[in-house]
Design a protein around this ligand. Structure first.
Ligand SMILES: O=C(O)CCC(=O)C(=O)O
Length: 261
């Protein structure tokens, strides 16, 4: 899958581009079924919510213990566009699943992911992507990702009181006056797309998401891909937070996930 010139321009203008139906319902079902199998396991890569129901909030590095996610991590339908957008070979800095829990799935305050990668991992520049792969239909009701389009043009925005939380990463929240200014200038958009859609995001795009109060889980996988020319310089965090294998990815065949259906 190649992005068109218009899609590449939209990415640079808005800080994101969303492509519907990249993965079929059958392929999405393979990933959801695999998630059902390991979501209940007790592993260091699974971080629980801090409030409410005892439920996973972030699941890291599933490509290391699930064949379906290993195949997703090498899938040409995201690797080819990522190479186009970063203009280089790519590797995965971090792969995580956000299975926002039913009824009280926790929100995420406004932030830029590059803030954490810069601070914690010494990533030299923001030449990295968040690639959001939707495993459920996401609409206004179930805690959609929200972005401030164009906010990546402001570069790194200072955070308010970085707070190292017990799950091993620093929360780099942006304060209210900064969000007020950005929202007044650019507006806020909810990223409501169907399962199988993929959204390529600049890692300086300011984003957040509200709680999921519906009875169903809302899952998005984030494949956070970095340019091999932008390797991290602080090898401190657990490798499921900050991968240290910078080998350029070699994609599998296009039907690699379908084969598991
Ligand atoms: O999945 C969401 O709702 C938001 C996730 C998010 O902001 C993040 O993982 O950086």
């Amino acid at each position: 899958m190649q992005l068109t010139q218009a899609q590449i321009e939209a990415y640079h203008r808005d800080g994101y581009v969303a492509i519907p139906d990249v993965f079929t319902r059958e392929e999405v079902a393979v990933l959801n079924k695999a998630l059902d199998e390991f979501i209940v396991s007790d592993r260091p890569e699974i971080h629980m919510q801090r409030r409410g129901t005892e439920a996973p909030r972030l699941i890291y590095a599933a490509d290391r213990y699930s064949e379906a996610y290993r195949r997703l991590s090498l899938h040409p339908r995201w690797i080819t566009p990522a190479r186009q957008l970063l203009d280089s070979e790519v590797y995965i800095h971090q792969l995580r699943i956000n299975p926002k829990a039913p009824f009280d799935g926790e929100s995420f305050w406004w932030h830029q992911d590059y803030g954490t990668w810069r601070l914690e991992d010494g990533m030299p520049t923001s030449r990295a992507l968040m690639i959001a792969i939707y495993l459920n239909d996401v609409d206004a009701t179930n805690g959609p990702l929200m972005v401030i389009p164009g906010s990546h043009h402001h570069g790194h925005i200072d955070e308010n009181n970085p707070d190292r939380n017990p799950t091993g990463y620093t929360v780099v929240d942006i304060d209210r006056p900064a969000i007020e200014k950005l929202a007044a200038e650019h507006g806020i958009r909810a990223m409501t797309f169907n399962a199988g859609s993929v959204m390529f995001m600049n890692c300086n795009l300011v984003h957040a998401s509200p709680e999921n109060l519906t009875p169903d889980r809302r899952t998005i996988v984030y494949v956070n891909a970095n340019s091999v020319e932008n390797k991290i310089t602080k090898l401190v965090r657990a490798t499921h937070h900050a991968n240290r294998d910078f080998t350029p990815l070699v994609p599998l065949a296009d039907d690699c996930l379908r084969e598991l259906a």
